[in-house]
Design a protein. Structure first.
Length: 356
């Protein structure tokens, strides 16, 4: 008899949203492997089994009422403190103050996001532990939540797509320092701008300072140019592989747990391209990079400047960090490893041979 498996989540085609991209790839991969005895549907309320893809814990509350077998993929941190969340939301309001975002909508989103942080971790853990099994992308999330029914399956990318390629530079006397990511203050945009302005002041034409946003923002461009007219702000780039490889140093100044999914795609994509990276001293980031990147404190643009200068003056270190970074990805952050981890769990779960 054919069983119905309902995959629950947002599987849109936005290539700039990490959660959408990864959950869609996992769903498609597992659909291809299920065979005739399991029929996979999307967001169907009535099914024999469920697989929830989420960045929070609330779907676990709703699903628990159904009493059905449920696999739960938790992609992000859900134990961010309320004070950090309030700070982050206030930064959002300030950053987007001149954008065309209705204030009432921003305040509504802020209230909803902040309210969930006041729910104790023990309550979130209670509901997640009611699921048949929980999958998390890092040991850091598993440890911080203290989940009993949890398996770590790391988010991965295709290292055959994201790889080092030779780029002929138009200006060999200038080093390209780049930021990649959303137009979001949690990504450390203001830290990037301040650090880039200092680099421009000290090195002038010796550096090319680039900010690649997933979507161009005139507000961010104006803000950057108020610090330095030499900061180049771009929107979505079609050839992201070229942009990664053209960069000599990449900066990713995540400010908190809420700044990215458990394994930021931009980070591991840049690592797979053998790029030297300066990023922040957050537990989930350190778990990924280990000794394959330079680590600085969040909210510390001057530390970014110092470490970027260190890399500018040391080509050997840039090469060494880049090679270590790609090896980290090959060792534990590939799509193949991610798909295999999920397939193993699915085979055990759906075969009924035992509890996960």
């Amino acid at each position: 008899m054919t069983k119905i498996l309902s995959c629950i989540g947002d599987f849109g085609d936005m290539e700039t949203e990490g959660l959408m991209k990864i959950s869609r790839k996992i769903k498609d991969s597992l659909t291809a492997k299920m065979g005739s005895h399991v029929h996979v549907v999307v967001n169907q309320k009535s099914a024999d089994f469920y697989h929830i893809h989420s960045s929070g814990f609330l779907p676990a509350v709703w699903q628990m009422r159904k009493g059905k077998q449920t696999l739960y993929s938790l992609y992000s941190h859900i134990n961010q403190g309320p004070l950090d969340c309030i700070r982050n939301n206030l930064e959002h309001l300030w950053w987007y103050r001149n954008e065309n975002h209705p204030l009432h909508r921003a305040l509504k989103m802020m209230l909803f996001a902040t309210a969930s942080t006041f729910i104790p971790v023990c309550i979130k853990r209670f509901f997640l532990n009611k699921m048949s099994h929980v999958i998390v992308p890092s040991e850091t999330i598993k440890r911080e939540l203290g989940l009993t029914q949890a398996t770590v399956v790391r988010i991965g990318i295709n290292p055959q797509r994201f790889k080092p390629i030779k780029i002929k530079k138009t200006n060999k006397d200038s080093l390209i320092i780049s930021y990649f990511g959303h137009n979001d203050p949690l990504k450390g945009l203001s830290d990037v701008i301040k650090a880039f302005a200092e680099l421009d002041k000290r090195f002038g034409t010796q550096v090319s300072l680039r900010m690649y946003l997933t979507k161009y923002s005139e507000h961010t461009a104006k803000h950057a140019h108020s610090f330095s007219s030499n900061i180049q702000v771009s929107g979505h780039v079609d050839d992201i592989l070229h942009a990664y490889n053209e960069s000599d140093v990449i900066v990713l100044p995540y400010r908190s747990r809420g700044a990215a999914i458990g394994v930021p795609l931009v980070l591991i994509e840049a690592m797979a391209c053998e790029k030297p990276i300066v990023t922040t001293n957050l537990p989930f980031i350190k778990e990924i990079v280990q000794d394959a990147a330079l680590i600085v404190d969040p909210y510390a643009p001057q530390q970014f400047v110092e470490n970027i200068v260190l890399l500018m003056n040391n080509q050997k270190l840039r090469i060494e960090l880049g090679k270590k970074a790609r090896q980290r990805v090959l060792k534990g952050y590939t799509e193949k490893q991610m798909f295999e981890g999920y397939q193993t769990l699915y085979q055990t779960w759906l075969s009924g041979e035992g509890e996960l």
